[in-house]
Design a protein around this ligand. Structure first.
Ligand code: HEC
Ligand code: HEC
Ligand code: HEC
Ligand code: HEC
Length: 508
């Protein structure tokens, strides 16, 4: 407290002076603030033992938000509050830009053996979906190395620092940050889990070789069984539970099931011949196709063969999978019996172990969302998007990638997204998916109206041509998009949607 008052006093005294040389502030300090490097290290690498965090290569906007929060007292820390308040706005911007531009620390001193490696790794790469807790890496990127301006790296930070932050969110000593995401997430972690996940990240090297960075999270290497769901939790008892991953079968059949899981999670990487965008099956079927109300694969498996109005014929499960590659993945259909389809089918079959053969099984598909009171509206949808979605999917809807090109946040429109023939291109499907699953980690927080508005907004942007294109947009609309549930062929902002896609080019 004393240091806070002292710091504020100095801040006022200095407020007329404008420093704003980031390197000087960091390395030699200014009147009221000691050189940052005395604690954060000469290369911004931090000092693990002392709990001084790494600053090098964290996003500038992120760093500045932290300094502002220390300065206005909403992020409580006795050491940093007076230092941040001693800096002018321009100083904070300059020193943030300085640290953001420093390279990622090459590697870290080997940390102590993690206390509970498997619980930490499991939260990091799989999450705990029984409590709607996504994997840390769905936002912090593969290996927790950070993505974009708002999602800081977790690697390169000490276990003490990481666990202090999670505890600070639990107690309100750190402001909730963008969309309040971390406050929601930290609240779901027990004390032991905070320790386990902090130890997990402290033990990872911050800069693994590039090849490792390009590998998507959890592909191939299966973390330990996620902690068992609380048996009293309502979600757990009401719907079918697929077997835990620790029960993946051994032997040759097990190998094919694992391969199917890998294709499901890392589709462009594992089935490149048939994929024409950066989406993954798991982008729209969350938690590796296990999550109820996110069109889970166990529910799909027990529902085929089935008549489909889309093709006006009875489709087998493999034929249904072919459609996903053609439309959602904007690629081409693997031939029936192709190893990719056999692997995906085997994975779905295994997930459905013990499920009743029943197309009405609870948790199938996305829960249908009745049309809202007011018909869906582009302008309202644009606002919903800016406030709830752009943080992750980008202002222009094209998502966000790591430096090695891995799409952490998938594209919602544009050339790298699903094409006009995809199920997600129907406004009703998109609204249902969004209401039940988005924003990530905050499902169910949008109203029905907001979900419809933002679904219409998303589907009012250009995307790859419908593979069933007949040679004219009008003809294609009449044949395949006449339901009123699609924006294909309609005019938005003076342009006819579907017209700029032209003929679909073979992705080969
Ligand atoms: C006396 C040691 C010390 C000095 C000097 C110092 N810091 Fe810190 N800094 C800390 C500690 C300790 C924390 C962790 C605070 C917490 O746990 O919330 C921290 C945290 C931070 C964070 C938050 C990092 C994150 O990942 O959220 C930023 C940003 C930061 N410091 C910037 C600076 C800048 C810029 C300077 C120089 C003007 C500076 N610090 C000087 C000790 C110091
Ligand atoms: C839904 C997205 C999302 C998920 C999932 C997520 N985070 Fe975060 N995390 C964020 C955002 C956004 C921030 C930046 C907060 C801010 O600006 O104050 C953040 C910041 C952090 C920080 C602060 C880093 C620093 O330098 O001070 C820690 C620690 C952290 N997250 C840990 C975790 C852990 C552990 C998990 C998994 C249990 C996790 N996060 C899952 C979105 C997420
Ligand atoms: C862009 C989002 C998206 C992607 C990516 C995606 N799907 Fe789907 N999937 C959907 C939607 C939406 C539906 C529901 C479609 C409908 O009702 O027309 C669906 C339905 C399905 C179904 C039928 C479900 C049922 O209960 O009948 C299966 C099986 C399926 N997808 C598998 C996959 C596989 C395998 C992949 C990856 C190769 C994939 N999907 C990629 C959005 C997607
Ligand atoms: C905190 C980050 C975050 C926010 C905020 C967020 N999403 Fe997502 N979204 C994701 C991630 C990550 C995925 C992929 C899921 C996976 O791989 O497990 C995804 C997937 C999707 C998909 C299916 C894949 C695709 O590219 O088409 C749609 C549609 C979508 N989000 C729409 C939205 C909408 C609309 C909003 C705002 C209401 C929103 N999201 C907010 C992170 C986010």
């Amino acid at each position: 407290m004393i240091s806070k008052v002292f710091g504020l006093g100095l801040g006022l005294m200095l407020s007329g002076i404008c420093h704003a040389d980031g390197a000087a502030i960091a390395n030699t300090g200014v009147e009221a603030a000691p050189a940052c490097q005395t604690c954060h290290g000469p290369a911004g690498e931090g000092v693990a033992q002392a709990g001084f965090p790494r600053l090098a290569s964290l996003g500038a906007a992120y760093l500045q938000r932290q300094l502002d929060a220390f300065a206005d007292g909403t992020r409580v820390n006795d050491v940093m509050m007076p230092i941040a308040s001693a800096l002018s706005d321009a100083d904070r911007a300059a020193v943030s830009a300085y640290y953001a531009a420093l390279p990622e620390p090459a590697s870290l001193a080997p940390a102590a053996e993690p206390v509970s490696a498997s619980a930490g790794a499991s939260l990091a790469t799989s999450g705990r979906w029984a409590d709607m807790l996504p994997a840390c890496e769905q936002c912090h990127g593969p290996g927790g190395r950070g993505v974009g301006p708002d999602f800081p790296p977790l690697t390169g930070q000490s276990a003490t620092y990481l666990s202090n932050q999670l505890t600070a969110w639990q107690t309100g000593a750190r402001p909730p940050g963008p969309l309040g995401l971390m406050a929601v997430i930290a609240e779901k972690l027990s004390e032991a889990e905070v320790r386990a996940v902090a130890d997990h990240y402290a033990a990872l090297e911050s800069a693994p070789p590039d090849s490792a960075a390009a590998t998507p999270p959890a592909a191939g290497d299966l973390p330990g069984d996620p902690p068992r769901a609380d048996p009293t939790a309502p979600a757990a008892s009401a719907v079918f539970q697929p077997p835990p991953e620790s029960e993946l079968p051994a032997g040759e059949f097990g190998d094919v099931v694992r391969r199917g899981r890998e294709i499901f999670i890392a589709t462009p990487h594992a089935a490149p011949t048939y994929v024409g965008n950066s989406l993954r099956c798991v982008s729209c079927h969350l938690n590796a196709g296990r999550l109820a109300d996110s069109s889970p694969m166990w529910a799909a498996f027990v529902s085929y063969p089935a008549y489909r109005s889309k093709t006006k014929s009875v489709a087998t499960f493999q034929q249904r999978l072919q459609g996903c590659f053609m439309y959602s993945m904007n690629g081409r259909a693997p031939p029936l019996g192709a190893p990719e389809l056999v692997a995906l089918e085997s994975y779905a079959y295994w997930l459905a172990s013990g499920a009743p053969l029943d197309p009405k099984i609870a948790g199938r598909g996305y829960p249908a969302l009745e049309p809202p009171a007011q018909s869906a509206d582009f302008i309202r949808g644009e606002k919903v998007y800016a406030e709830n979605c752009a943080l992750c999917h980008g202002d222009d809807g094209t998502g966000q990638r790591t430096e090695s090109g891995y799409a952490v946040f998938p594209a919602l429109w544009g050339s790298d997204s699903f094409n006009w023939g995809a199920g997600m291109g129907r406004i009703s499907n998109a609204a249902a998916f969004i209401k039940a699953n988005m924003p990530l980690a905050l499902p169910g927080t949008l109203t029905k109206q907001q979900a419809w508005d933002v679904a219409l907004y998303m589907n009012s942007h250009e995307r790859p041509q419908d593979p069933r294109y007949t040679g004219s947009v009008q003809g294609t609309r009449d044949n395949f998009h006449a339901t009123g549930d699609s924006m294909y062929g309609r005019e938005v902002a003076g342009k006819v949607l579907g017209a700029s896609g032209g003929e679909k080019t073979d992705p080969e």
